[in-house]
Design a protein around this ligand. Structure first.
Ligand code: GDP
Length: 599
């Protein structure tokens, strides 16, 4: 492995590139196209497949990009593309102080425009202050498009009919408009002077390769111009990286796929890795890279290497990695004091750690980075978090969620994780709600909807237990029975008569209880309540018609003071207008007598 014989102590490393965008907009295809072009154009072995990443060296980029890239203009060694597209892996890829990816490509389907995950990706890029360009993909699908494989955009543009060209223009300007709606000033890349201030849009097709030369040229130019200083690293120094994935590997046990962004890691190094409980200190057993395709038939898919320098993707096999976390830091100890390195790892973990509240929902996510992104989104939505951890939803999480005092918080929000079978059963038993999704804001939305539903249901049950006001009149010639109980025909003017509640009359501003409703009939049928406008016959236990009550009298349903208070303070939106009117009249009379009644 030539990576070991570094003579120059400081050198420029490869910028790390991540590809983001909405599902199906062509992230994977674009990466495949870049890799494919690199394999075709490059000298044998020029492009190297890393673990989780593909390195495309400058000379290969310059061959693909033709006259768009003159290798003499550059001293950065090329670009390292992270193989797993999507903002999920992007948020995982953290380094101290921000995103690990130095630069990003946001893929947008020219026909489909901005979609939920496009906006989410933009939010993430904004928050992490990562420079990016937009690949306006699938230009070959513009009606009437005449494809010109692997050519720069200008050349293929010139070969299009006016109609096809103007259709593409329309779609591109739509994307530029949408970027501007999201607060980014953007333009077609060839019009952009300052890529730090403006976002460049590059029309491409991952299918035909049109525009791919431009995309690589812009990425390279942008990195060289604005990122060179950050790419200066001490190559010979102890390696620093981020765990991309924790994986079982036959013959090697638990391994960590790591992106190294600084220094060198050697196969005899001791490393400190961020773990779920505490930093893991362990000795590297093997550094593994994918075996070149030609040798694929041998036993292992991997070959051991002695050392790797940044930037690169490497699989580290070592004991005790079971509790390593995706998104956590990896640091080589080498000649340093081990305690110092442990402290650095702890500090980095603390940096990412999510602040939790006394009460709240349980949050699970697949990586530290995504956990942090979840916490940010929940914070914005003012949803408190009681615990936040990396990993699948387990029975223990259900136990934690089930102890929440507020039923709204008896919930687990899982981002990009599985729910273990026994956790699911347990959640059903304990009435804990599980929400899982692969889009953060959808997860938050689902939870919000659930909360709204709960609140509605809660108010419904409160309402069920409240005595509601009603104003009604005994109709003339409608006495069906004098007493025990009195049965009279009434018309409800406002509010709701409910069975078993008390009937009152007013003596000045004071109510006088005259009896209790013991049955309501509407057209011969028993009903539980009668609403404003209804004519019903009501059995009232207590009074005698002609003595305590008379035909033509206005009667009221009694509202106990506590109920009046809840109705006025919490439920005015839930009850009909006529009932609110009855309530207000009721309150007004009571308050003439006692200004603080029901307050
Ligand atoms: P991802 O979900 O963003 O990774 O999207 P994929 O790369 O899987 O692409 C989704 C679909 O779009 C696949 O069927 C691709 O073949 C297709 N696709 C991707 N890029 C292009 C393109 O430039 N032109 C055309 N015609 N189809 C494309």
């Amino acid at each position: 492995m030539t990576d070991t014989d570094t003579h120059d102590p400081t050198s420029l490393r490869t910028p790390i590139v991540a590809v983001l965008g909405h599902v199906d907009h062509g992230k994977t295809s674009l990466l495949d196209k870049i890799r494919g072009s690199a394999v075709i154009e490059g000298e044998a072995g020029a492009i190297t497949q890393h673990i989780g990443a593909t390195a495309v060296p400058l000379d290969v980029i310059s061959t693909i990009a033709g006259e768009l890239v003159d290798p003499d203009d550059f001293d950065l060694p090329g670009l390292l593309f992270i193989d797993t597209p999507g903002h999920h892996s992007f948020t995982t890829l953290r380094s101290r102080g921000g995103a690990l990816a130095d630069i990003a490509i946001l893929v947008v389907d020219v026909n489909d425009g901005f979609q939920p995950q496009t906006i989410e990706a933009l939010d993430i890029l904004k928050r992490s202050e990562t420079p990016f360009i937009v690949a306006a993909n699938k230009i070959d699908t513009v009606p009437g498009w005449n494809p010109n494989e692997d050519t720069p955009i200008n050349d293929t543009y010139d070969a299009q009919s006016d109609r096809a060209a103007s259709r593409l223009d329309e779609s591109l300007y739509e994307i530029i408009g949408e970027l501007s709606d999201e607060g980014f000033s953007a333009d077609l890349y060839w019009r952009v002077q300052n890529f730090q201030r403006n976002v460049g849009v590059v029309p491409v097709s991952a299918m035909t390769g049109e525009g791919v030369p431009d995309l690589l040229a812009v990425m390279m130019g942008l990195s060289q111009r604005y990122m060179k200083a950050e790419m200066e690293i001490d190559v010979a120094g102890p390696g620093v990286g981020t765990v991309l994935e924790v994986k079982e590997e036959k013959g090697f046990g638990t391994t960590i796929d790591t992106v190294l962004y600084d220094g060198t890691i050697r196969s005899d190094d001791t490393v400190v890795v961020g773990g779920t409980n505490e930093p893991i200190v362990t000795d590297v057993r093997a550094l593994l890279q994918p075996r070149p395709l030609a040798e694929i038939r041998t036993e292992s898919r991997f070959e051991k290497v002695e050392a790797v320098k940044a930037a690169s993707g490497i699989k580290i096999a070592a004991p005790e990695l079971e509790h390593a976390m995706a998104g956590a830091p990896v640091r080589v100890v080498r000649d340093r004091d081990i305690e110092d390195v442990i402290e650095e790892v702890q500090a980095e973990l603390a940096d990412i750690a999510v602040d939790t509240d006394e009460q709240g929902v349980v949050v699970k996510a697949d990586t530290l980075g995504s956990l942090e992104a979840m916490a940010d989104a929940l914070g914005e939505a003012e949803i408190p978090i009681v615990s936040a951890e990396v990993g699948d939803v387990a029975p223990r999480d259900v136990s934690v969620a089930s102890t929440a005092e507020d039923p709204k918080q008896q919930a687990i929000l899982g981002f990009n994780v599985d729910v273990l079978a026994d956790a699911k059963t347990r959640a059903e038993q304990d009435d804990v709600k599980l929400f899982t999704d692969e889009v953060i804001y959808q997860l938050v939305e689902e939870y919000d909807e659930h909360v709204e539903e709960l609140e509605r249901a809660q108010q419904d049950t409160i309402l069920e237990n409240i005595s509601r006001p009603a104003r009604f009149r005994i109709l003339p010639d409608h006495t069906f029975r004098q007493n025990d109980p009195a049965v009279v025909g009434v018309e409800v003017n406002a509010g709701t008569i409910q069975n078993n509640n008390f009937v009152v009359t007013w003596d000045g501003n004071e109510t006088e209880r005259v009896g209790q409703v013991k049955g309501i009939q509407e057209q011969g049928e028993d009903v539980d309540e009668a609403r404003a406008g209804n004519r019903v016959s009501v059995a009232i236990d207590g009074p005698t018609v002609g003595r305590q009550i008379e035909e033509g009298d206005e009667l009221w349903m009694e509202v106990p003071e506590k109920h009046a208070k809840i109705l006025e303070q919490e439920l005015t939106d839930e009850i009909p207008g006529d009932e609110l009117e009855a309530l207000n009249m009721y309150l007004e009379k009571q308050r003439k007598r006692d200004p603080f009644w029901g307050k």
